[in-house]
Design a protein around this ligand. Structure first.
Ligand code: 13P
Length: 226
């Protein structure tokens, strides 16, 4: 079996409705190489439509955030249960932009709700102490993503040495806990650096913001390790 690298396009709030559907439709018409597993995370407002546009493809559509598992008294919240009802079974959790907005955010609180329900997630972290290793497990698809905040949207990518150093530390801690969890890098990944980053043994994939909203750049990244 080919070992696939994961590429996640986090479109944040960059695209309006028309641009979102146009890009999703273009992606649906294109071949994804066998060594890449692609996930797309549009603005939550367009999840259903993007999911429909990519329905026939191998691309998985995922949420950028949730606020709880089940419905609660929480204006503006997005629940995993609602996502499941529209056919979405994975979310990003704890992105630094979410942590910045919500200073009280503690990943444990949310993860304690979604882990028992086996709702797949990608937990973003800037420092290793933001990973609650003791509550993670191998029972469903958990993914981690190292996203140094200074590299997000700045064009300043972490050096390969730095990425390998952090990934090595996280991976050795994961193995101490007997966890088999993929680890992604995110922060100014673009077509010029994706080949080197994706080629690293300790990097299981990339979480891409800005560059993933441009069709040509996204496919250059996807095809960079063909
Ligand atoms: P950029 O690729 O735009 O730096 O964003 C990274 C990111 O935040 C992905 O979640």
């Amino acid at each position: 079996m080919i070992k696939q690298k994961l590429v996640i396009g986090n479109w944040k709030n960059y695209l309006d409705a028309d641009q979102t559907i146009e890009l999703a439709t273009k992606i649906s018409n294109q071949q994804i190489p066998d060594n890449i597993r692609l996930m797309i995370s549009p603005c939550n407002l367009y999840l259903s439509e993007v999911n429909k546009a990519l329905n026939e493809s191998s691309v998985e559509v995922i949420s950028q955030n949730i606020t709880s598992y089940e419905s609660s008294s929480d204006t503006g919240g997005v629940t995993a249960t609602d996502l499941k009802n529209i056919g979405i079974s994975r979310t990003i959790v704890g992105h630094s932009e979410v942590r910045k907005r919500n200073k009280d955010f503690k990943s444990e609180d949310l993860l304690k709700q979604i882990i028992p329900a086996k709702f797949n997630f990608i937990l973003c972290f800037e420092s290793i102490d933001q990973i609650p290793f003791n509550i993670l497990n191998n029972d469903f698809e958990i993914t981690l993503a190292y996203e140094p905040v200074w590299a997000i949207g700045t064009g300043e990518t972490a050096s390969i040495e730095h990425i390998n150093e952090i990934h090595s530390l996280v991976k050795s801690t994961l193995s101490e806990f007997n966890l088999d969890i993929p680890l992604l890098y995110g922060g100014s990944v673009n077509p010029n650096n994706s080949k080197e980053i994706l080629s690293q043994k300790l990097v299981d994939g990339v979480l891409v913001g800005g560059a993933s909203t441009k069709h040509e750049d996204l496919f250059k990244i996807i095809n960079s390790i063909r």
